[in-house]
Ligand binder design. Structure first.
Ligand SMILES: *[C@@H]1O[C@H](CO)[C@@H](O)[C@H](O)[C@H]1NC(C)=O
Ligand SMILES: *[C@@H]1O[C@H](CO)[C@@H](O)[C@H](O)[C@H]1NC(C)=O
Length: 294
């Protein structure tokens, strides 16, 4: 496990001085501590950022750095995803990203593309209903479109190669359905969530989300998140989400404004500052090693 002392110290200072609210540069950081559990009583821990300032989003796009994730037990999951959520009414959510979740794939621990959707009444934290087992997400069958459940290659290596996949979830202004695209070159439509899934109540996202997340049973320790290295290790070591954009209520791309941080268990799963650089645009690093105990 690696500690990056300076940043941890800074973070603690920030936290103690500003009561869980830390305003630095362009970002507004708020930590939502605490344990959450899914329906099976597994721990659910997330680290990342979200934006809910305008409460009128038509989606988001981000570049997701991909890593192979070791040590994920059959009933655990380690994921990274982007999501859109509507907090009016039942709290619907659509997610897309990459995960290792052996239980869904006959015990296999490859990194795979996944999509999911929920209303809060059917599953906890949007993770109950996964493609390809879950009905609802419609495949485009477009030539060259990746398919949810498919494995991801090549992967990044520590201090070595950097690989990523850019995804967007965007409301289709004509059909009003919510589409999932892969970018990186020509955009290819992976599929969509029909608006009827949500009884037409999902007209806007009130929140857009970029996160790493783990699920693990109480009798086990946590799987790793991201590259299994702490956020403050940075480039080529920690996992990142970069080139983060939001779509406004007219479907135009915008820079995210007033983002807020989430670190459910920050002694295990860290995020660094949400920041802008020419190379990575809006981005942050996140993650942590396996073996966290609750
Ligand atoms: C949509 O409405 C039907 C009928 O009222 C209901 O059974 C279903 O649970 C609703 N679905 C969602 C996602 O809210
Ligand atoms: C922990 O509990 C789950 C059921 O919740 C079970 O499937 C798993 O085998 C248990 N793990 C260990 C290490 O005993």
């Amino acid at each position: 496990m690696a500690f990056c002392k300076q940043k941890v110290a800074l973070l603690l200072l920030c936290l103690s001085v500003l009561y869980n609210i830390c305003i630095g540069g362009r970002s507004f950081v708020e930590f939502e501590g605490g344990k959450t559990e899914d329906k099976e009583g597994r721990y659910d821990e997330n680290a990342g950022y979200f934006c809910s300032w305008s409460r009128k989003y038509h989606g988001t796009r981000a570049r997701i750095n991909v890593w192979g994730i070791q040590n994920v037990s059959p009933s655990s999951e380690s994921a990274v995803f982007i999501a859109v959520m509507n907090e009016n009414g039942p709290g619907h959510m659509m997610l897309a990203g990459f995960h290792v979740y052996p239980r869904l794939y006959s015990g296999n621990t490859d990194l795979r593309l996944f999509t999911a959707w929920t209303d809060r009444t059917t599953g906890h934290n949007g993770k109950a209903c996964y493609s390809p087992d879950c009905k609802g997400f419609v495949l485009s069958h477009e030539h060259g479109a990746p398919v949810p459940g498919g494995t991801v290659e090549p992967l990044s290596t520590f201090d070595g190669e950097d690989h990523f996949i850019t995804l967007s979830i965007k409301k289709d202004e004509k059909t009003q359905d919510w589409s999932l695209y892969r970018h990186d070159g020509n955009a290819v439509l992976i599929g969509w969530w029909p608006k009827s899934l949500f009884n037409n109540t999902f007209d806007m996202a009130t929140r857009v989300i970029w996160q790493g997340g783990v699920l693990y049973p109480k009798n086990e320790t946590s799987p790793p998140m991201g590259s299994s290295h702490a956020a403050c290790e940075g480039e080529h070591k920690a996992a990142y989400i970069s080139h983060i954009k939001v779509f406004d209520q007219y479907g135009k791309t915008m820079e995210p404004y007033k983002v807020q941080g989430v670190a459910d268990k920050k002694d295990c799963f860290t995020i660094d500052e949400f920041k802008y650089s020419r190379e990575h645009r809006n981005h942050f690093y996140y993650g942590g090693p396996a073996g966290c105990i609750n």
